[in-house]
Design a protein around this ligand. Structure first.
Ligand SMILES: [Zn+2]
Length: 192
């Protein structure tokens, strides 16, 4: 397995060198992300992560792809490739908080707020984008249609108890919530 991973990395490095920043090549790799065969998908993932900020417009286009696996991979590549600090990526990711697929919405929440993976050397447009995480959690997160994800995002508000809006939202869920699991989650979040 180790050997296989090294071979894929090597293949990806060659792909990046040969592509020479040709957007047509990048778009071809994004199409490969829809395939289940790891021998095709994994080198494409690695190449897109290694290629640097010139792939960002192609990845942003991939966020609109009709194929679920392509959209999901593009979200993860923006995160793991360090591109998540690029203002264009942040803008393009925000509408995907409403993607019809729950695991994509979950990945987008991660990528938007993942400081560990963001790498400014991999970004081109580093105009600071102020994301109001509490406002997003209140406006979008606590209304997520998926019960498990909604529960996780309600719990996330517990990390922002110094913010009055977070506290009030959790208190409202405790008082008026109809789903016992969510009321319990809100209670636990309020305890910090
Ligand atoms: Zn991350």
């Amino acid at each position: 397995m180790q050997k296989q991973a090294q071979a894929w990395m090597k293949q990806a490095t060659q792909m990046v060198t040969q592509a020479g920043n040709d957007p047509g090549e990048f778009a071809g790799w994004v199409e490969q992300l829809s395939l289940r065969d790891p021998h095709i998908a994994v080198p494409a993932i690695c190449a897109l992560q290694q290629a640097g900020s010139t792939v960002i417009p192609t990845l942003i286009a991939g966020l609109q792809h009709p194929h679920t696996r392509v959209r999901r991979n593009c979200v993860d590549i923006i995160d793991h490739g360090g591109y998540g600090g690029d203002a264009r990526c942040i803008e393009a990711l925000l509408p995907l908080l409403h993607d019809p697929i729950p695991h994509i919405r979950r990945a987008v929440w991660h990528t938007l707020f993942c400081e560990r993976c963001q790498d400014e050397t991999q970004c081109e447009d580093i105009t600071p984008v102020h994301l109001d995480r509490v406002a997003l959690l209140i406006e979008v997160g606590v209304n997520d249609p998926n019960p498990k994800l909604r529960q996780q995002l309600i719990a996330d508000l517990g990390a922002h108890l110094s913010d009055q809006r977070a506290r009030e939202t959790l208190e409202t869920i405790v008082k008026t919530g109809s789903d016992p699991a969510l009321v319990t989650t809100a209670q636990q979040a309020l305890m910090g």
